[in-house]
Design a binder for this molecule. Structure first.
Ligand code: PGA
Length: 250
């Protein structure tokens, strides 16, 4: 891939607009000189209008509805996100699958809505502790990407996030680079089966799950991923800046 893609998933953080702005501006400033990387910050919807992309930093969102507008109380559409300057939308994060009941059919609809709004979907796939990884990944990819054309697929980013490796304290529970490598290779194999080798090689595959400034380089070298989806470590400006700068320089 031309550039590493480092995506910050702020989840439901921080608590106040002032903190969100301070964190965003610190990352924007701190990553200005970073090379070969694109950073995307996905804050809660409500902070989006306050944040202005610039430097190496683009904006993204953590979710959207599958329709563009209408009677869907409490929801936000991809079109609205595009209007606020978002370029990416995370779809199918395991926390939404787990706590909000999102299934593959719904996730497929959301991916199509994101594409319709001319944004890039970041599709999260990954197994729970004890699940058969290949079975889960093949099923999720096949169902979530069903019906997409080759041109639509060119806009997709896949994030491999083993659920058991998310939010473990100090990164110690992160997946080993070897396991992340076999997952990434398997994802490319499934994409080849569903589309073609040519296309599969062009789709960025990110790793997510307890990534921090210490372990990030290992994933790039040993797991050959094209970037990261970073949760906890993206809430610390210094830590996230280090991830972005160090990866760009590897
Ligand atoms: P984590 O979260 O980096 O805190 O493990 C990653 C994610 O859930 O996207």
């Amino acid at each position: 891939m031309e550039k590493y893609l480092i995506v910050a998933n702020w989840k439901m953080n921080p608590k106040a607009a002032k903190e969100a702005l301070a964190l965003f501006e610190a990352v924007k400033e701190g990553t200005k000189s970073a090379k070969n990387v694109e950073a995307v910050i996905c804050p809660p919807f409500v902070w989006l209008p306050k944040l202005k992309a610039g430097g190496r930093v683009k904006l993204g969102a953590q979710n959207c509805h599958w329709e563009m507008q209408g009677a869907y109380t409490g929801e936000v559409s991809a079109l609205m996100l595009a209007d606020l300057g978002a370029k990416y939308v995370i779809v199918g994060h395991s926390e939404r699958r787990q706590y909000l009941g999102e299934n593959d059919e719904l996730i497929g609809f959301k991916i199509k809505a994101v594409l319709k709004a001319e944004l890039k979907p970041i599709l999260c796939v990954g197994e729970k502790e004890g699940e058969e990884i290949n079975l889960v990944i093949e099923e999720q990819l096949t169902r979530d990407l069903s019906g997409l054309s080759v041109n639509q697929m060119k806009q997709i980013v896949i994030a491999y996030e083993p659920i058991w490796a998310i939010s473990t304290s100090d990164g110690l529970g992160a997946c080993s680079p070897d396991s992340a490598l076999s997952a990434a290779l398997f994802i490319r194999r499934i994409l080849t089966k569903l589309y073609s080798r040519f296309l599969a090689d062009k789709i960025p595959i990110l790793y997510g799950g307890s990534v921090n400034a210490q372990n990030a380089a290992d994933y790039v070298f040993k797991a050959q991923v094209d970037g990261f989806l970073v949760g906890g470590a993206s809430l610390e400006a210094e830590e996230f800046i280090k991830i972005v700068k160090n990866i760009g320089e590897t």
